[in-house]
Design a protein around this ligand. Structure first.
Ligand code: TYD
Length: 133
């Protein structure tokens, strides 16, 4: 499956809006782990790695940030600034999260338990791996 923006349900109500996702209908995998990134100081970035296998969906629950993806050939930049958009990222894609607005909150769901051995933290190694794929 390719990188894509997933439009999550948005139940509009004068009392406030509600969005949700559930396994196998909105998220294209079974969720194994959820983590979130917050209190990011101005000018900092997160990520700067790829996963060998892990798939993720990233949602800007609050505020905004850029997700910069690299597939080995091309860079793709996504501004996430709505809590009802999810960005699906398959395995073997380099990613960085940057330009965090004040008080932004990134929610990430993943199809795998945490595993340091699934990380590729060297961009040259990542490019070589993609070139030989
Ligand atoms: P890392 O994935 O490198 O952060 P980023 O979101 O910037 O890519 O993780 C930072 C640290 O947190 C690293 O030491 C591993 C640890 N960590 C866990 O223990 N469990 C997790 O689920 C995640 C995502 C990270």
């Amino acid at each position: 499956m390719e990188i894509k923006i997933i439009h999550l349900p948005k139940i509009e109500d004068e009392r406030g809006n509600l969005s949700f996702f559930q396994n196998n209908s909105h998220i294209p995998f079974v969720i194994k782990r959820t983590y979130w990134i917050y209190d990011v100081p101005g000018g900092e970035y997160r990520g700067g790695h790829a996963f060998k296998e892990q798939q993720e969906v990233i949602i800007a629950l609050s505020g905004s940030f850029d997700v910069v993806l690299h597939d080995g050939k091309q860079e793709h930049r996504f501004l996430l600034n709505r809590s009802y958009y999810g960005l699906y990222i398959p395995g073997k894609i380099w990613r960085s999260l940057e330009n965090f607005s004040t008080n932004s909150l990134a929610l990430i769901v993943s199809d795998m338990d945490f595993s340091e051995s699934d990380y590729i933290r060297d961009f040259d190694m990542f490019k070589k791996l993609k070139a030989n794929a």
